[in-house]
Design a protein around this ligand. Structure first.
Ligand code: AMP
Length: 419
């Protein structure tokens, strides 16, 4: 497989797919530029080697046609500052031939939001609500056909293709996967960020030092079923935390008061516990909870056994006994995955458990464990608690990371290296 370090970019034009889907405020100012910064090593390397950049990205989910709210024009100046190069802008990603042709070594061109074209995602747009199945099928076929032309156009701009957008690697879109077919093996590669992400998650899933502990928190079992099922054939310990705890506790006959619970998932919870036992996976669950009389930071609180929650109270975080149990398991682990908080960490009064888990992970990491935090709110937790530097890897790819953990092959990865 080609790599960014071996490739000679001098005099070449590189189409680099990045994930610049950054949050903007009402005045279209960037409120968090982490995603842009994450791609800088790749972009700077290509420029420094004397290559030129054609940068492609999406922003938001424009449903119909171009919408200024999602225009990448808002971020050109900031990218120019970060790259120390005046980045040019192509207002139409399909009509950039002249600008591309004029690009000199060391220059960069940012294409307008690729999702301004339905062809990027390959899904029909503007279908009437009452469209018949035939009309839907015809529209789908038409957009798939025009997607080939769209993709070929993007590919025609460049000598090589670099994918540095791990955050969209689980999408088989034109610029994230399909485009790679237009380049030979030697002329397509991962960028540095993509490479780091793939290496980290593969270390977790395939090259695992034991014991391997996964901490699954968050609000719902239903959104984590596929992940838990796949993890049951990989981990030694599965810590169940957060709101999903109460579905398990109720399924086991406990009293959970008004805690969040998915009643239709109780059988599934029992089933997962059986599967865990069959696979020799130790399920570690809360024994006590911090309960509240309302969903608020100012609620009245107390600590009770997790299966003895009064009727008018709800579990909002783990209690001190559980913190100690979780910490013990975590500190004895050699590989750790953390996905999802142990409680409603957004409220200061219910963030203690998530902080304790984060701190135990940091300690385990100091003692040589490999720890990966990713997939949504646990990333917000490590940031909030200032623990980012103490864990081995914080993934930038929410959905993409979770799909790898579910055991899926991501189209963006497969398109480059074939598996
Ligand atoms: P997820 O996106 O599934 O990882 O869920 C994250 C969300 O779960 C956060 O917003 C937490 O506030 C929420 N959460 C965690 N524990 C609880 C709980 N015990 N009750 C209600 N929500 C919770």
């Amino acid at each position: 497989m080609q790599t960014i370090d071996k490739y000679h970019f001098a005099g070449k034009k590189a189409f680099v797919r990045v994930d610049f889907n950054v949050p903007l405020d009402e005045q279209l100012n960037i409120t968090d530029d982490n995603r842009i910064r994450a791609a800088l090593p790749t972009l700077k390397k290509i420029l420094a080697d004397g290559g030129s950049l054609i940068i492609g990205s999406h922003m938001g989910r424009p449903k119909k046609n171009p919408n200024p709210k999602y225009s990448l024009k808002s971020i050109v100046n900031h990218i120019s500052e970060l790259l120390d190069v005046q980045v040019q802008f192509a207002t139409d990603c399909q009509k950039a031939d002249a600008q591309v042709a004029a690009l000199k070594p060391g220059e960069a061109l940012l294409l307008e939001n690729l999702r301004f074209y339905a062809e990027e995602e390959g899904k029909p747009r503007g279908l009437a609500d009452d469209a018949t199945d035939e009309e839907k099928a015809a529209a789908k076929k038409a957009v798939k056909e025009s997607q080939k032309v769209f993709t070929a156009k993007l590919a025609s701009y460049a000598d090589c293709y670099v994918n540095d957008a791990f955050g969209t690697a689980h999408r088989a879109h034109a610029s994230t996967a399909l485009i790679a077919k237009n380049f030979s093996e030697e002329n397509k590669m991962f960028g540095y960020l993509m490479n780091k992400e793939v290496t980290a998650v593969e270390k977790l899933m395939t090259n695992t030092a034991r014991p391997f502990t996964a901490i699954m928190g968050g609000s719902k079992v239903s959104s984590k079923i596929d992940i838990i099922e796949n993890l049951l054939s990989k981990v030694d310990n599965l810590i169940i935390a957060g709101g999903m705890t109460y579905t398990f506790v109720k399924a086991l006959g406990g009293k959970i008061g008004t805690s969040i619970c998915e009643d239709d998932k109780r059988d599934l919870a029992l089933d997962l516990m059986k599967k865990a036992k069959a696979n020799n996976v130790k399920i570690v669950m809360a024994v006590d909870a911090k309960i509240a009389d309302k969903f608020s930071n100012d609620a009245k609180t107390s600590f009770v056994n997790v299966n003895e929650i009064p009727d008018d109270m709800m579990g909002m975080d783990i209690g001190p006994k559980t913190e100690a149990i979780f910490a013990e398991v975590i500190k004895n682990s050699k590989t750790i995955l953390w996905n999802g908080p142990t409680g409603v960490f957004e409220f200061e009064n219910f963030s203690h458990g998530s902080r304790a888990v984060g701190e135990a992970i940091v300690e385990a990491t100091k003692n040589g464990a490999f720890s990966l935090v990713g997939g949504g709110d646990s990333v917000a937790c490590v940031n909030k608690f200032g623990l980012t530097d103490g864990v081995s890897y914080v993934s930038t790819g929410g959905g993409a990371l979770l799909e790898v953990i579910e055991g899926r092959v991501l189209p963006g990865i497969e398109a480059i290296r074939g598996y």
